[in-house]
Design a protein around this ligand. Structure first.
Ligand code: ADP
Ligand code: ZN
Length: 432
């Protein structure tokens, strides 16, 4: 279902008019109220009146995570603290978290965006939606919560973790939609199998709304093989608003971006040059109507491709392909660029190998070593050294075909790699 037909099926001209108006407002609002960004514009010799067309966006300085760090916790806010009604923060693996704030208007806008995303993923007011994202500073739990409530689904705020209880609720409450990270959905399916719970028979589950971390098409196939669901992807990040920035429709050919609230650009990560539509690069977002935390040309580090061609669902908003990687996650192994998603694609689909893997990088005698740990699925294999060797060889060859470098493959016993309750940690770079 299209949640907001007027907005989601607008003509390109209509979208652009809205974007220009929002851009002008955002630049003026930020210039007036955020001294840090005003200083950046002054340094570039820019005033809000210089922004007269969408093309002028390119004149504006980028924002990055460093701007957040320098202004921790509230320095980037464009409103007084008493206008805030919510604060979230993203984990940040090192140092201080990235803090974001919302006015009442911002929360309402976010809720509308989430209502769109869950509607295009197939949720209706008949659904029972179990949210297994953690509730807390992380934007995932609350973001989905309010959007699902707005479309009228019955929301079960199960929060993250406690997998056995999740399975119990799934069955007893008749949940039809599961909301979590893709990696957690696999773990849930695995635990169900261990406990002899036949999810297909004992639950009413039909939809999976997944996001928060990268996952490949092959991972989607695997999830749909082990769970009786249609799985859709949705994307967002705290700095932009949280989840709700983009999500898949029933056609599942890219995630529609809320272009009436954000402008997206794709840039070359090295030079910062704007790339033509359809070319792969780093996504950069500008908000159009956020009050508390306006975002101008925020560099996400996430890599994708944008398409503007019309979608069979009738929505006109541009679509982004699945995130193929994060610039921060790219590994350089003996000079070769390697993305974890390439490793995932190479491994998944090999018979006898589970979808749980880890990537370990070490350096010895100035040489990088890439080792992939992956579980074999059949414990009986332990007694057949030859079979294990053959399986490892298959994996090694596949990885070599995809990456063009030699990779060590370590087969480990079933269920021995750590399972994640939220975002999976797969890369262990020990080069220092
Ligand atoms: P943190 O992970 O630092 O706590 P966020 O929760 O805001 O911060 O995470 C945002 C990041 O998560 C994005 O920049 C992106 O890298 C990743 N992410 C979120 N959703 C998706 C998705 N659907 N596909 C791929 N990556 C995603
Ligand atoms: Zn569509």
């Amino acid at each position: 279902m299209i949640w907001n037909k007027e907005r989601e099926t607008m003509s390109r001209k209509g979208i652009e008019a809205l974007q220009l108006e929002g851009l002008k407002w955002t630049v003026a609002w930020t210039y007036e109220n955020v001294p840090h960004y005003r200083a950046k514009m002054d340094k570039a010799g820019l005033k809000p009146r210089h922004i007269q067309s969408l093309k002028d966006l390119e004149l504006l300085p980028f924002m990055t995570k460093a701007d957040f760090r320098e202004n921790y916790p509230f320095g980037l806010l464009a409103v007084d603290k008493d206008k805030l009604v919510r604060v979230h923060a993203s984990s940040g693996t090192t140092g201080k978290p990235t803090v974001v704030g919302y006015t009442r208007h911002d929360l309402d806008m976010w809720t509308e965006l989430m209502a769109r995303i869950v509607s295009q993923a197939g949720v209706t007011d008949k659904d029972v939606a179990q949210i297994a994202f953690s509730y807390g500073l992380f934007t995932g739990g609350f973001g989905l919560h309010y959007g699902l409530e707005r479309v009228g689904a019955a929301v079960i705020p199960a929060s993250g973790g406690n997998t056995e209880r999740q399975l119990m609720l799934l069955e007893d409450f008749g949940s039809t939609a599961l909301i979590c990270t893709p990696s957690y959905s696999l773990y849930l399916a695995e635990r169900a199998a261990e406990l002899d719970i036949d999810i297909e028979k004992r639950t009413k589950l039909r939809l999976g709304l997944f996001g928060g971390e990268p996952w490949t098409e092959k991972m989607r196939l695997e999830i749909e093989r082990v769970l009786p669901i249609t799985a859709t992807d949705n994307y967002g990040m705290s700095e932009l608003i949280g989840p709700g920035v983009s999500g898949e429709c029933e056609s599942r050919c890219g995630m529609h971006i809320a272009e009436d609230h954000f402008i997206v650009e794709t840039i070359d990560g090295e030079s910062g040059r704007v790339l033509p539509q359809g070319q792969q690069g780093e996504l950069v977002f500008t908000s159009l109507d956020k009050e508390a935390l306006p975002i101008i040309r925020y560099r996400t580090r996430d890599i994708s491709v944008i398409h503007q061609e019309p979608c069979s669902c009738g929505r006109t908003h541009a679509r982004m392909e699945k995130i193929s990687g994060r610039a921060d996650d790219m590994l350089i192994i003996r000079g070769v660029n390697v993305f974890p998603s390439q490793i995932e694609s190479a491994l998944l689909g090999i018979e006898g190998i589970s979808p749980h893997y880890q990537i370990h990088v070490t350096r010895k005698n100035y040489l990088d070593n890439l080792e992939v740990w992956v579980e074999f699925t059949d414990a009986d294999m332990l007694d057949h050294y030859g079979k294990l060797e053959a399986l490892a060889n298959t994996a090694r060859q596949r990885l070599h075909q995809v990456l063009n470098i030699n990779v060590k493959v370590k087969l480990v016993e079933p269920h021995s790699l750590e399972r994640s309750q939220g975002k999976a940690r797969r890369v262990f770079d020990e080069r220092g």
